[in-house]
Design a protein around this ligand. Sequence first.
Ligand code: AMP
Length: 383
Amino acid sequence: MVQIFEMGETESKEAAGNTKVDKREEEDPTKVLHVRAVTWDGETVKLTVEPMNYLGKGAFGTVKKILLVDESSGTEGVAALKNPLGPERLNSMEKAILLEIRHKNVCNLLYFFVDKLNRSHLILEYVEGGDLFQFMRTHFVHNVGLGEYLELFAYQLWRAIAYCHANAIIHRDLKPENLLVNPELGTLKLTDFGCSVLLRDEDAGKEMMFYVGTLVFRAPELILGSTRYSAKCDIWSAAIVMSEMVLGKPIFYDATAPKAHMKKIADHIGFPTELDFGDMGVEPIKRPSHLKTHSIQKRLAHVHLPPPSDKPMLEKLLEETIIYSPAKRPTAWEVLVHPFFRWLREPGLVLPNGKPYPDLFDFSEFEMASMPDAVRANFNIAF
Ligand code: AMP
């Protein structure tokens, strides 16, 4: 079967609002649908959508694998269909964001169609292989780490974040379940923008919801109730995802409520200082009477990372990113040039199946323009 879906000529994206799916078809999840859909760049097409199997459930929708036939050209291919669970207003942001972005480390939008309740159904690239949570479980259940997939997948996660942040998008729900991986190709794609926001310069200082994302991965400024946070909350979450890729579970993992979770964090990185509270934009909280003296380094002490992984560099990276002050956390671009990822630049790297690594440095004009000078210089990019 061929992977299809070349995007058509540009047409107004607003025209999209008129595409409807028959209400009776919408009610049966196994029924083949015939829909008028809109491509990512605004062309209207007729599609046959044949459900194959259920893939999973996210915050705002259920996802299934589908067979798609473009009725005009007859071409067919596999994709993922995300059906909304809630009302239109809950999934409109995800669609708006996916219409803004296109990147190899993002699970891109192929088409969408709108039902009679005005809710958008999203047709996304299908990623063969499952999500990072499932991938990690198969490794850690046998007590083996991720090997070279640690750097390979983590790097692509940071690249996806750098791209989103350059587009003023804060993902806000970074976690292994939202990272789709294909170990055979060595690729990772970020998905589920259901909790994301667009925060352009003109929106600076805008109040945002703090009760968002999964607690284990949520940045402390959000846990403590800040409503004027920045994209740096994603940096914290991605670092916690990395800690899980190393330990098999997130570094602060057994807390069930925000207060208990904050205590866990303080057990490892100390209690926030006055300055930290100020940087997080929150009022100081009462210091717990007993704090443990764990540290990131101690938590990683038993972890064996065979070469080419650089364990001291990994500790350094996690210590630099898992910090209270959002402003002092590095940007995603800075993480990408961290020495921990250095060996990924070796020429001729191959995956365990003998296939070459995906190209990790094929930056678009847009990416190159958004990189700080020092990062561009580190990548040896003349601009
Ligand atoms: P989401 O609502 O996007 O978080 O999706 C829920 C789950 O469905 C994910 O954790 C994946 O296991 C699966 N899934 C979502 N999107 C895709 C896709 N495009 N390709 C393959 N599996 C997917």
